[in-house]
Design a protein around this ligand. Structure first.
Ligand code: ADP
Length: 582
């Protein structure tokens, strides 16, 4: 059975057939007109010739000279026109083509029987398949009838010829139509099918489908155009894909959560930061803004749909973890004809924490300064107002010196902390290769006097310390070790303090261990915060600023390392500084 797409190959032969049919119609019409005109012409000729012959034979008929009439008729012998003279009784008196005597009685011939009297003419013709007969009878005087007949072969032949021409035209048309169909079918169909299959494959998204271009033929240009179209489509899609990937990367690498919200509250798009904040479900289709469980955000999104110029708004967000402060900004945008709102959320939590941290720090510093300053002022007052003996004056000067040292230590620690933080944020490390073993020995030497005064034995583990090289700042690392060692000396009450050095998992581990009072577990998480002290008064008495461990932590971070503490109350503490090896 012929496939639907093959019908296209019938178009040309069908058009030819239609043309042939129209031509045949026209020919048939022409043929009819020709037939009518031809017969009409023959009739008129017949009538005129009959009249003429009637006139010619009229004197002979009046005189009864039948042989003379026969002679006149003889003139028409062998000619297409035939004349017959029929007597009133129907006998044939003379005939131009036949022997009159041999002819049967003509009274019953239709043209004789129906002939009208005088000048009335009756014409009749009959047509059979191959013979046309055209008669005209004219009544003469006294019941005589002159009949003329025209052999119909001439008319018939002309009409048959016309029919033959029509038949031939039909056959030729059909043959042409079939030949064209066959040509198209055999020549074009394979190319057409291949092109169609490729075009369908391209339409279905297989854009790298090769498009075969025929070397010639009617489909060549079409196939070339389809190939160009497919290539352009592929390039365009590649370009769009690249743009989309770039956009996705950009969208997802943004640290600020982004939400594109539809008017019904559906979240149409979200980035990774948003998924981190609201959970992975936010990216699933049909997730509504209401499900963020953040009433302020929901209200802000609604307001953004109502107000074209909405300002940013700070939104508290609490998902059960750390309470966060978000700054929401709305951008209204059209998407597929609908108004949508793009919400950009900036996390202000760290900023707010930093702000409160700063104000806490200022409060802490003021508090730390207040006590030594008050002591200095009152001592100065005593010195100026009260007359003191030498011993009293010396006591006052001792107080002044101690408080001034305390203030100086505080300022020094604040400045070093600020300097370390600056280096941390600027990224300018300026590190050198250094030997931790010699640095540790230096630190031990620096606190040796204090240790002796406190009656504490300083030990190295192992002794001697192994040679370990790291990249870092020697001065800061030495200060760190001194801080840890002097903490152990001042706070622990341990008879020995051990400084350890070893290499483990690609890092150098420096440890300061004591067997003193230890630190209760609840203090450990906050131990490295600024001004955090386990026993505030004792620390101050011991000359501590409360910044020693904060400095240790920041030096460790500056060196991409870490510091931790393990402690058991009553048994002692171990502070470990971990520094990555180069
Ligand atoms: P401080 O200037 O008071 O020494 P630090 O930041 O160095 O400040 O230490 C914080 C607090 O941690 C100290 O006040 C002290 O209470 C406690 N601490 C530090 N090291 C030890 C230790 N080895 N044993 C017991 N407590 C310690």
């Amino acid at each position: 059975m012929m496939k639907h797409r093959d019908l296209i190959f019938l178009a040309v032969p069908l058009s030819v057939l239609v043309l042939v049919a129209v031509a045949i119609g026209l020919l048939v019409h022409q043929f009819r007109a020709f037939e009518r005109a031809y017969v009409q012409d023959a009739r008129e000729t017949l009538v005129q010739d009959t009249r003429f012959v009637a006139q010619v034979i009229s004197p002979d008929l009046a005189a009864g000279r039948l042989p003379a009439i026969q002679e006149t008729f003889a003139f028409f012998r062998g000619k297409p026109l035939r004349f017959t003279l029929v007597a009133p009784d129907g006998k044939v008196a003379a005939d131009s083509d036949a022997d009159a005597g041999a002819l049967s009685n003509h009274a019953d011939r239709p043209e004789i029987r129906d002939v009208a009297s005088d000048d009335d003419f009756v014409t009749r013709y009959s047509v059979t398949m191959n013979a046309w007969l055209l008669y005209h009878a004219m009544s003469l005087e006294d019941g005589w009838v002159l009949r003329a007949s025209l052999p119909a072969e001439a008319v018939g032949a002309a009409i048959s010829q016309a029919r033959l021409a029509v038949l031939l035209a039909l056959c030729a048309g059909l043959a042409l139509a079939l030949a064209l169909a066959l040509y198209l079918f055999l020549r074009v169909r394979p190319h057409f099918n291949a092109l169609q299959a490729s075009a369908v494959a391209v339409a279905r998204g297989r854009l790298d489908t090769p498009i075969g271009v025929p070397a010639d033929g009617p489909l060549r240009e079409l196939a070339k155009a389809v190939a160009v179209m497919a290539r352009q489509l592929r390039n365009r899609i590649d370009e769009l894909r690249r743009e989309r990937d770039d956009f996705d990367t950009l969208f997802n690498t943004l640290r600020e959560p982004l939400l594109l919200v539809a008017p019904n509250g559906d979240i149409l798009r979200s980035n990774r930061a948003a998924a981190k904040l609201f959970g992975e479900a936010v990216a699933r289709p049909g997730f509504r803004i209401e499900r963020t469980a953040c009433p302020d955000l929901i209200a802000y999104v609604r307001a953004a749909f109502d107000e074209p110029t909405l300002h940013g708004r700070e939104i508290p967000f609490d998902d059960g973890g750390t309470p966060r402060a978000l700054l929401a900004h709305a951008v209204r945008m059209e998407r597929e004809g609908a108004l949508c709102v793009l919400i950009l959320l900036t996390d202000l939590t760290d900023l707010r924490r930093l702000e409160s941290f700063r104000s806490d720090f200022v409060a802490n510093v003021s508090h730390e300064i207040k006590t030594p300053l008050a002591a200095i002022l009152s001592t100065v007052e005593t010195l100026t107002d009260i007359p003191l003996d030498d011993a009293g004056r010396r006591r006052c000067l001792d107080i002044l010196a101690r408080q001034a040292r305390r203030l100086n230590d505080l300022v020094q620690d604040i400045l070093s902390l600020a300097a370390i933080e600056r280096r941390q944020t600027s990224g300018a490390r300026d590190f050198h290769d250094l030997r931790l073993d010699s640095l540790a020995a230096d630190a031990l030497a620096l606190v040796q006097d204090d240790a002796e005064r406190a009656g504490v034995r300083l030990l190295a583990d192992p002794d001697p310390l192994p040679p370990v090289t790291v990249r870092g700042d020697a001065h800061l690392l030495e200060q760190t070790l001194v801080n840890l060692l002097s903490n152990a000396l001042r706070h622990s009450g341990s008879p020995t303090v051990t400084l350890g050095l070893k290499v483990e998992d690609g890092a150098a581990l420096l440890s300061v261990a004591d067997h003193g009072c230890g630190i209760a577990a609840e203090h450990l998480p906050r131990l490295f915060e600024r001004f955090y002290r386990v026993h505030a008064d004792r620390s101050r008495e011991n000359g501590g600023t409360g910044l020693g461990l904060a400095i240790v932590k920041h030096v460790a971070l500056l060196h991409h390392g870490s510091v931790d503490v393990r402690s058991t109350p009553g048994q002692g503490s171990v502070f470990t500084l971990r520094l990555p090896l180069p």
